[in-house]
Write a protein that binds this ligand. Structure first.
Ligand code: FMN
Length: 187
């Protein structure tokens, strides 16, 4: 098979869940966010929005409100997360990028997913670790969470389709990346 710098970055990307406290430089964050906006979007609508959070106190508050939403859930495992003071959905990363879009658009989620992958690959290319963070998908319409998202600048008619934690890996070992067989065929 062929390889090149882009293909190597694709294979190098990993979900990192343990970060140092080192901040991501403004220029690097802007570069990553700019890459996100170059993703494909249905009808080229680009109705997405990227809200970059870097303030540790705000990240903690968001996590607290997500836990509050989980605590109200009927599902036992979510209730447990909600009541667990140590639960941190963003893995204590120094940056969280919230990726949102107008909910009524049929392909809103696909657009956000394409943008998120650009974020992960751009971050990897800059030596910055990342992880998809999904908890706002199910909690963004909880009143306490929504009020906080609005205060952060997430458009009020947007649903959150995913988030990207960004930062520097603390070196904790990652699982070996094994690819499942038989997922490719030629028709
Ligand atoms: C739709 C989606 C949701 C995910 N949600 C989370 C999440 O909330 N928290 C997390 O730590 N990882 C999350 N992940 C990361 C996956 O667990 C990860 O991609 C998978 O285990 C493969 O590992 P790799 O990314 O290192 O290849 C999510 C990934 C996807 C695609």
């Amino acid at each position: 098979m062929k390889t090149n710098e882009v293909l190597e970055i694709i294979k190098l990307r990993r979900s990192v869940r343990s970060y140092t406290s080192q901040e991501v430089a403004e220029e690097d964050l802007l570069t990553i966010l700019d890459a996100a906006t170059y993703a494909p979007s249905g009808m080229n609508d680009q109705t997405w929005h990227f809200t970059a959070m870097q303030d540790a106190a705000k990240l903690e508050e968001l996590n607290k409100r997500i836990r509050g939403a989980f605590a109200k859930s009927d599902e036992k495992h979510l209730q447990e997360r909600g009541h667990n003071e140590n639960y941190c959905c963003y893995h204590h990363a120094p940056v969280l990028v919230i990726v949102s879009n107008k909910n009524e658009r049929l392909w809103a989620g696909q657009d956000c997913t394409a943008a998120l992958q650009n974020i992960f690959l751009a971050a990897t290319s800059l030596g910055i670790a990342s992880c998809w963070i999904n908890q706002l998908g199910s909690t963004c319409d909880d009143p306490e969470v929504r009020a906080f998202l609005t205060s952060l600048g997430v458009p009020s008619d947007h649903k959150v389709f995913g988030c990207a934690a960004l930062g520097y890996a603390d070196g904790s070992p990652l699982k070996v990346k094994v690819r499942k067989e038989d997922t490719i065929s030629f028709g």
